[in-house]
Write a protein that binds this ligand. Structure first.
Ligand SMILES: [Zn+2]
Length: 244
């Protein structure tokens, strides 16, 4: 943690969110409890996955793993009230912050017209240390850029020609798992839904063997309880919030 001060309540003056992450399970490792809270309140949340996570299970070749992880992601999303799950099909493990991704992401933002865009941590490191992955760094940075590109008709004019008019309605970008968290969502009432969402990644968790990340409830308790002292003692999901 670079800052241990209190976390502000996450704003609620928005109605549609788009979650953009690199892999199946990225949102479930800490963020799904917040999504459940939002969908319970009637907000629309859609997921956009840059890859199918096909390189994520050591014992499974990508051709088998990709469809399995897609199914697990759809099941996990359903546990927290999300029925729209899309995949961009960039290759897992080698996501590049290139023009192809720069074009795909604003196209998705224009299609979904979110007021909130939710990303995973794309800093070099995790809170408390640990090197972040190149996929997370590149996908997150490209998505940050895409929020601006979505509003400019001249950067990718072919998007307008295909019917996707510019979208300038993103009010907030929230970054989960950030070392610079500023805001939090109270997940006391939706914690179990968040656990169910991560547990839906059954083959992935089994593939982790006895690694601590395979204990869905344990890891989510650890994250939520780490945030609680900064948020009135309540279990919480923390985000770095940027206003536009
Ligand atoms: Zn990931």
């Amino acid at each position: 943690m670079t800052d241990d001060g209190p976390l502000e309540p996450f704003p609620e003056d928005w109605s549609a969110a788009l979650v953009v992450v690199a892999h199946p399970d990225d949102m479930e490792y800490g963020g799904a409890g917040a999504v459940a809270r939002w969908t319970d309140a009637g907000k629309q949340v859609a997921y956009l996955l840059v890859t199918r996570g096909e390189a994520g299970i050591d014992a499974l070749p990508p051709a088998e793993c990709g469809p399995l992880r897609e199914t697990e992601q759809r099941n996990g999303a359903a546990k927290v009230g999300v029925s729209i799950v899309e995949f961009l099909d960039h290759r897992d493990g080698v996501i590049e912050h290139n023009l192809a991704l720069r074009r795909d992401l604003p196209a998705a933002i224009r299609r979904h017209q979110p007021e909130l865009v939710v990303l995973g941590n794309f800093a070099d490191s995790w809170p408390g240390g640990g090197w972040n992955s190149p996929d997370h760094r590149n996908a997150g940075r490209a998505a940050m850029d895409a929020v601006g590109d979505a509003g400019n008709r001249w950067i990718f004019p072919e998007l307008v020609e295909s019917g996707l008019e510019p979208w300038n309605g993103v009010k907030y970008v929230a970054i989960g798992g950030s070392p610079n968290a500023t805001h939090a969502v109270d997940i006391a009432g939706t914690f179990d839904a968040g656990v169910a969402s991560l547990e839906a990644h059954r083959a992935y968790l089994e593939g982790l063997g006895d690694h601590p990340m395979a204990d869905a409830r344990g890891i989510l308790e650890w994250i939520a309880d780490m945030n609680a002292p900064r948020f009135g003692g309540k279990r919480a999901t923390a985000f770095e919030l940027m206003r536009r």
